[in-house]
Design a protein around this ligand. Structure first.
Ligand SMILES: *Cc1c(COP(=O)(O)O)cnc(C)c1O
Length: 815
């Protein structure tokens, strides 16, 4: 990499002139951004080339995910290459501001939220640890919609992230693959063996675009994120149609094919029951496995597929890529001529599966008819997997009818994807201890009896180099001054910060950093929305997808309660508070959109009321994405993690907040449980029902929201305010929310948890008035956040699931 400013400047100018054919004066900010990206890519290719010989003969890991929420890359790569300052200064000499170039980059919205962001964090950690670990996904032409707020309502705008091009990607036409849909399957006898021939299918050309993944201080490991784009196989066909004047037919064929990689489904909770989604799933699975087998054979020789599972691991991130299992079976049997038993052995040993949800309505399933028509050969294989599995079970669990009944892959006219995943993988993991326990004891309890040895936990983590080192430079600097720089490679080193917990001058510096980060966010909010935030007030933040189980509504009811208190007992409300919300609602999710409207209406009501606006303020930040997160997490005082216990599998926002010194106000759900373990009870603020209590109510009933309503007058006031009068001209707008609580029995126990939530929040409120104490808690949270680095998570996957070696960093202590 560059070692001095002058050589950088020279190379950069060359790139700008040679690449864009223009002088520095003529170049637009976009040109200048592209030139810098090209320069870095060239350096990476160079590293990759000189390391060709040393590329580990080790195992290749392929992480299949329908979503990768990678965020912007340029800034992180400058940090990873350790050249940020040098580049900034070099550009300044040329009268270019690095910040202006960073602004140019699109933030690819190729994911909905936590699941896609997890996949991106894992890519970074695999590269950092020197694991040959590659992503495999879809290059959606349109990412998740861009969110605007218009008169308090969410409005969705197409996210045309590719409109200027995406300079990080490289189109690899020579690695294109044909994926086959529909058609018929014929079997014939060949050399005494039945072979299956797939005919009359609709071919789709899958073209890969590769994005380099480069992690901190490990230039020899540049991994690959391969994103597939759908194209028609032959333009001649189109042309022929055009020539015959069949214009519509030609373009409709083209758009039908291209629709496959056209758009990301903006819903991560309920399955969009649409054939296109199934097409997307098979598309990137078949394309990915196609190139994996091809490159494996090139490297290892044609006849060595017997060892495939020793050299290749395929990881299935949630159920969307589960068709990997029948597809690998198809390749091994139909294309490689292998027998069923050997193919099955290899397949199971190659595949591992992560489950992300426990909500039964979110379990992915596909109508058998649809699978049969769209993927005739794949369906045959699924049927055979199901048949053999049942046969095996019937013998082993003769006396346990329920086990046999509850574990079918084909049931009630559907293919159950999680069931296929469990049967066809060697490992099934949950994403936090509590979540894994619920999988074993509730959701998959019958599978747990059959395949106990497959189930394991791998608690999620986040890329601390993105969300702390790069996103919070001031805090990073302070940490490095205190404990040295090794925490960047080994997040466990953050523990050493504990030594400063009573060091008043250090704690004051910590508070100053937080204050400055709050100012940074406040400036953006002011320039974006014209809203002035007071950085002296406490920043109480909930940013994540809007969903009933995440309970943004509980947070709003709390603020309504504070509003009422402010009017009725103004003296009891001390200090001023800023509530920050952000998050997208799925476009068809009426409840979630109403919650957004409610937040904005309350914000306006407060703003217009001189009696309260000095004490309370609400902002809803539009279009929450990775880049916004990088600005918001470092500026938070309170991290709201208030999902109904048992519903949030892990959460990762909670980890990003904690790492940046926010105190968690949360339920005992997902990884909050482990955050409490890591920092001790005194340093987290827990309230509400436990998962066990929630599951108990769900099983036996007995929850009566009306009891809570009648027993708590302040709560009753707030709930009634939802229902009319309080918000001007709002008519029936919030009726949905009121009804969800009072008519549909408050499925997420908002009323039940309200009193303890208010109490715990008050505790935090008064703690904030004692900065000494507050700062100590904040420091201990940062110090305890090391185990939530995705480096730790990936080491566990490598040790226990993929069985692959990784590099050890000198300073890695055991965490
Ligand atoms: C981390 C992250 C999430 C996940 O947040 P949770 O609080 O765990 O739901 C969602 N979206 C973005 C952009 C993120 O960075």
């Amino acid at each position: 990499m560059f070692t001095d400013k002058e050589s950088f400047k020279q190379a950069y100018l060359m790139k700008l002139i040679a690449g864009e054919g223009i002088t520095a004066d003529e170049a637009t900010p976009w040109d200048k951004f592209v030139a810098l990206v090209m320069l870095l890519k060239e350096k990476m290719s160079y590293y990759r080339a000189i390391n060709k010989n040393s590329i580990s003969q080790g195992k290749q890991i392929y992480y299949f995910s329908m979503e990768f929420l990678i965020g912007k890359l340029l800034h992180n790569y400058l940090v990873n290459f350790k050249i940020e300052d040098l580049v900034r200064e070099g550009l300044a000499d040329l009268d270019i501001k690095l910040e202006d170039l960073l602004e140019q980059e699109a933030d690819p919205g190729l994911g909905n939220g936590g699941l896609g962001r997890l996949a991106a964090c894992f890519l970074d950690s695999m590269a950092f640890l020197g694991i040959d670990g590659h992503g495999n996904g879809i290059r959606y032409k349109y990412g998740l919609f861009e969110q605007k707020i218009v008169s308090g309502n969410q409005v969705e705008i197409a996210d045309n992230w590719l409109k200027n091009g995406y300079p990080w990607e490289m189109r690899k036409m020579d690695k294109a693959v044909i994926v086959k849909f529909k058609g018929t399957v014929r079997h014939e006898l060949k050399d005494g063996r039945v072979v299956f021939v797939h005919e009359n299918y609709e071919p789709v050309l899958a073209v890969p675009y590769d994005v380099p993944i480069m992690s901190y201080d490990n230039p020899s490991y540049i991994n690959n994120l391969r994103l597939w784009s759908a194209e028609t196989t032959c333009s001649e066909l189109d042309l022929a149609c055009f020539n015959r004047g069949e214009f519509n037919q030609a373009t409709s064929f083209r758009s039908e094919v291209e629709a496959i990689s056209y758009i990301l489904y903006p819903d991560d909770s309920s399955r969009a029951g649409r054939e296109l989604r199934l097409r997307q799933e098979y598309f990137f699975v078949a394309a990915g496995l196609g190139t994996i087998v091809r490159s494996y054979k090139k490297k290892n020789g044609l006849s060595s597929l017997h060892n495939f599972s020793r050299r290749v691991s395929v990881h299935i991130n949630d159920t969307h890529p589960v068709l990997c299992i029948p597809e690998l079976m198809r390749i091994l049997i139909d294309e490689e001529g292998m027998g069923w038993d050997e193919a099955w052995n290899i397949t199971v040993n190659t595949m591992s599966f992560t489950n992300h949800t426990i909500m039964p309505e979110a379990m992915e399933k596909w109508p058998i008819d649809m699978v049969k028509t769209l993927l005739p050969r794949i369906y045959m294989i699924i049927e055979e997997i199901d048949r053999r599995f049942k046969e095996d079970l019937a013998a082993r669990f003769m006396d346990h009818e329920e086990v046999v009944q509850n574990t079918h892959i084909l049931k009630d006219g559907y293919v159950w994807m999680a069931n296929l995943a469990i049967v066809g993988s060697s490992s099934v993991n949950g994403v936090a201890q509590l979540h894994t326990k619920i999988l074993k004891n509730e959701v998959f309890k019958d599978y747990f009896r059959v395949f106990g040895y497959k189930f394991n936990n791998k608690t999620n983590g986040v890329n601390h180099r993105r969300f702390l080192l790069a996103a919070n430079p001031k805090l990073s600097h302070l940490i490095t001054e205190a404990v040295g720089p090794n925490w960047k490679e080994d997040a466990g080193e953050l523990k050493k910060l504990q030594a400063f917990k009573d060091d008043q001058s250090f704690l004051e510096q910590l508070a100053k950093v937080k204050y400055e980060n709050k100012c940074r966010l406040a400036e953006r909010v002011t320039s974006g929305y014209g809203i002035v935030l007071d950085p002296q007030s406490i920043f109480d933040v909930q940013v994540k997808r809007i969903h009933a189980y995440k309970r943004q509504l509980l947070n709003v009811l709390k603020i309504m309660h504070l509003y009422n208190k402010c009017l009725n007992e103004p003296d009891r409300l001390t200090g001023s508070q800023t509530f920050i919300f952000g998050g997208k609602a799925a476009p068809g999710y009426h409840y979630a959109k109403t919650v957004i409207k409610l937040i904005n209406c309350l914000s306006k009501k407060i703003e217009q009321d001189p009696r309260v606006r000095e004490k309370l303020k609400i902002v809803f930040i539009e279009n929450f994405n990775v880049s916004q997160g990088e600005l918001i997490y470092p500026a938070a005082d309170i991290s709201e993690q208030i999902s109904t216990a048992s519903k949030e599998a892990s959460g990762t926002g909670n980890m990003k907040f904690m790492m940046n010194g926010a105190l968690t106000l949360g339920t005992l759900d997902g990884a909050n449980v482990e955050i409490r373990e890591a920092v001790g009870e005194d340093n987290v603020f827990i309230f509400g029902l436990t998962a066990e209590q929630v599951l108990d109510y769900t099983r036996h009933g007995g929850y009566k929201p009306w009891d809570e309503y009648h027993n708590h007058p302040e709560l009753r006031t707030c709930v009634d305010q939802l229902n009319g009068g309080f918000f001007d001209n709002m008519g029936e707008e919030f009726r949905t929310l009121y009804d969800s609580l009072m008519i549909y029995n408050d499925e997420f126990f908002i009323l039940k948890d309200f009193p303890s939530y208010i109490q715990t929040h008050e505790k935090l409120q008064s703690l904030y008035l004692n900065p000494k104490e507050w700062n100590k808690h904040s420091l201990l949270n940062i110090a305890g956040s090391g185990i939530f680095s995705s480096d730790r998570t990936i080491r566990e996957y490598a040790d226990w699931i993929w069985k692959v070696r990784y590099r050890t960093v000198n300073s890695i202590s055991s965490i």
